[in-house]
Design a protein around this ligand. Structure first.
Ligand SMILES: O=C(O)CCC(=O)C(=O)O
Length: 288
């Protein structure tokens, strides 16, 4: 890895949400495969999200829902999925999406967005977390790899938004999202956690920041010493994409009438579009 960090675009929190994504942010996403908005959310917003997570952990400890734990006694969760589902939902994330995030997503995708996945990357208690370098749904080495990546670029967006300080656990290879993989990248993926990519950089995030990125950027999660981490992590697609295999199976949980009714309108719309895009025989992105 080179010594480098992702450039940040500092923005006024709140009140500016319609203007947050402009030419510079689109250019960054197209050029680098990611855009980092520094200081995008207020302290109060971060606090409400932390309280939502604390409440979720408390509910899980009480048996109201199930989450994976690194150390249940110490209250340290492992990565949690499906936090928009009724059992793990908290109004803090529904309100945050509606007030602060939905407009960014739709500006970056240049059109209506739909829910795909929403959860939290978590770590702590000295429990090491190491991922191999990867593209999320790519075809490294395929002859049509670059065409495939270009076809879907700007139509999916993923984010990491940390709630704890010093989040430098995501590594990325800038500009790797719309070109064929290099021999080094393919070898790194094959080598698993021992793989290295010289052009990889660490993304340094603090609470209130958000990194929007193309999930087919070469990247990895890397927290070998198991430092505390709570990072909201979610993915959205342009609404016209049918629900695919990797995100399928949420329609029953998300479609419960009482659940939909309690969501703020913009958040409900993101979920409703997922329900509308349901496919009985879902495909892989590789086949779209
Ligand atoms: O830990 C991270 O920030 C990255 C997670 C990741 O790469 C993945 O879920 O595919």
């Amino acid at each position: 890895m080179v010594e480098g960090t992702a450039a940040r675009s500092n923005r006024e929190p709140m009140g500016q949400k319609d203007m947050r994504i402009g030419t510079a942010e689109h250019e960054a996403l197209d050029r680098d495969g990611y855009v980092l908005l520094g200081g995008a959310f207020t302290r109060q917003r971060v606090q409400s999200l932390r309280e939502g997570v604390a409440d979720l952990l408390e509910r899980a400890r009480g048996g109201a829902c199930t989450i994976p734990w690194i150390d249940a006694a110490a209250g340290v969760p492992d990565r949690i999925g499906h936090m928009m589902h009724p059992d793990k939902y908290h109004p803090a994330w529904g309100q945050w999406l509606a007030d602060d995030v939905a407009a960014d997503l739709e500006a970056l995708l240049q059109g209506p967005a739909r829910h795909s996945l929403f959860g939290m990357l978590a770590g702590g208690a000295g429990h090491g977390y190491r991922m191999a370098w990867h593209r999320d749904i790519g075809k490294p080495g395929a002859s049509d790899e670059a065409d495939f990546l270009r076809r879907h670029h700007g139509r999916l967006i993923q984010f990491n938004a940390p709630l704890l300080e010093g989040d430098n656990f995501l590594h990325v290879v800038p500009g790797s999202h719309v070109r064929a993989s290099t021999a080094e990248e393919i070898a790194a993926a094959r080598a698993g956690v021992a793989g290295t990519i010289a052009a990889g950089i660490e993304v340094r995030l603090e609470p209130g920041d958000i990194l929007y990125y193309n999930a087919n950027l070469w990247h990895r999660g890397w927290n070998p010493d198991g430092h505390p981490r709570q990072t909201l992590h979610a993915a959205y697609w342009k609404a016209e994409y049918p629900v695919m295999i990797h995100e399928h199976g949420q329609q029953e949980a998300l479609g419960a009438a009482a659940h939909l009714q309690r969501l703020p309108p913009q958040t409900r719309q993101l979920i409703q579009r997922y329900l509308d895009a349901h496919a009985d025989a879902p495909k892989s992105l590789l086949d779209l």
